[in-house]
Design a protein around this ligand. Structure first.
Ligand code: ZN
Ligand code: ZN
Length: 220
């Protein structure tokens, strides 16, 4: 009798069952269908572990990014940002007076914001720093460009990076049984929004993914 060893020691999926092997969303981040933030032309963000780039064929916009290490720097970002900071109140010493503002795009350099103390009610200037807002929005994680594969459903927003990502979501949607194999909560499937995990939304998810698959074929 020949005993075959599963190379990664994980059980193979059974027919009709979906097996979450624990891979993260980043598996799909090497090719991302986006729209240019300036002229709306469809394009692709392509990346390796060392570098990422976007070249618009409509307006010749060019965005570049490194691997995210301190030597490469942070790279270009055209997506939503947050300016935030905190300080002790200059009048009553209350800790903390905090200030935060979100913008769809980093437009001008915001260095300070005025915020009211929750204790004495007087306002102070607070130094703020900029951070990129990735969140769970329908934007690419490298430059913050709007994703192309976005579908608003009755239950919630569906988005995907590329055809492999769509296929993975489709496999998930059509499987009546879902299993996890030694999976942490960093897995892409465990982080799906709740509406996608509900059994009653399986058909809705499947149809919505199929609409996006058709749209991607048409746009190529
Ligand atoms: Zn463009
Ligand atoms: Zn105060």
């Amino acid at each position: 009798m020949v005993v075959r060893r599963n190379r990664d020691l994980r059980p193979a999926p059974l027919p009709g069952r979906h097996l979450d092997d624990g891979h993260g969303l980043w598996r799909y981040a090497d090719r991302i269908a986006v729209r240019c933030h300036r002229c709306d032309t469809p394009g692709w963000v392509v990346g390796t572990s060392q570098s990422r780039r976007f070249r618009c064929l409509g307006c010749s916009e060019a965005l570049d990014g490194g691997c995210g290490c301190s030597r490469c720097g942070a790279g270009d970002w055209v997506g939503p940002v947050r300016y935030s900071g905190y300080r002790p109140c200059g009048y009553c010493g209350h800790k903390w007076v905090s200030a935060e503002v979100r913008q769809a795009r980093a437009a001008s350099a915001v260095r300070t914001l005025v915020a009211d103390c929750s204790q004495c009610g007087r306002s102070s200037e607070v130094d703020v720093t900029l951070s990129r807002l990735r969140g769970n929005e329908a934007i690419d994680p490298h430059f913050g460009l709007p994703l192309r594969l976005v579908e608003r459903t009755a239950a919630g927003l569906l988005w995907a990076y590329n055809e492999d990502h769509l296929q993975a979501l489709h496999d998930y949607a059509v499987a009546p049984l879902r299993e996890r194999a030694g999976v942490t909560n960093a897995s892409m499937f465990s982080r799906l929004p709740q509406w996608m995990k509900l059994a009653r939304n399986r058909v809705l998810l499947q149809r919505s993914v199929e609409r996006l698959q058709k749209r991607l074929l048409g746009e190529r």
